[in-house]
Design a protein around this ligand. Sequence first.
Ligand code: GLV
Length: 328
Amino acid sequence: MTASNALQRIAILVTAPIRSGVTEALEAIFTVHRLWEQDDPDAFFATHGAQIRGIATTTLFGKVRADLIERLPALEIIASFGVGYDNVDVAAAAKAGAVVTNTPGVLVDETADLAMGLLLATIRQIPQAERHLRAGLWPRERFRLSPSLRGRRVGILGLGAIGKAIARRLEGFGVEIAYHGRTRQEGVEYPWYPDARALAQACDVLIIAAPGTAETEKLVDAPVLEALGRDGILVNIGRGSIVDEDALEAALAHGTILAAGLDVFAHEPQVPEGLLAHPRSVLLPHVGSGSERTHAAMGALQVENLVRWFTDRVPPTPVPETAHLVPG
Ligand code: GLV
């Protein structure tokens, strides 16, 4: 049997439509089952569950929980589209002996670009100014003056690959930079603060670029927002779970902070009323990595993880929590 014939016999469960042709690419290689098209999931699992050896899923849509993993006794790998993998119960996967992979690296610059766009849009009120023009108000009324990025100190919460790419871009903007992460990083010159509140206290812009984990859940809460201050700008391109959204709604409503630019929300695609209603919030539908070019690269990496696992057992990007399951 040739390698490609062998792969064609391997059953992969795709949990939700993955854009950029990933589902179709997988269909050309493996036997693919589309979970979202199953009218009777129980009957589907009874018939096919024992043959499924891989899952392809996406961070942008749906979760792979323990109860799904437990229904797939032959599962070896869960390949997720996206760098964050809070959509997968990694502990349950590791317990079941399944490797989890994500798509880091290829989306770093795209996401950092978006962070800069969102930062400038929020501070200079670009969407609001455009709405003013489109509403035909310009001939009657000049658009209000906006706050400024000039003279600000920007704190980055989570100085991983994306946080560092944001910092490199901010250097070009001539602002001061500081950061908070679990540990002070060797060779990083920016000042480090031991917790989110201390960082917010020292800055008037806070950009969240951290992953969504149990440790970061609601890390940005009422005291952190208060520390950011009345002139403070919050930008979040990390995960919605990192912000206490009730506290943020209240902070915006009471002028505890000035404005927020958010690409991610705690319960996507739900967006809290108080954020939608606020005139200085700029809200995006989780598009950080969302260009055609970058999603194509993420999709290719996701497919490569599955193909490599089933050919030579060396998926290029296993997540650290399951890297020990990769032989060698
Ligand atoms: C998107 O949010 C990702 O984790 O890639």
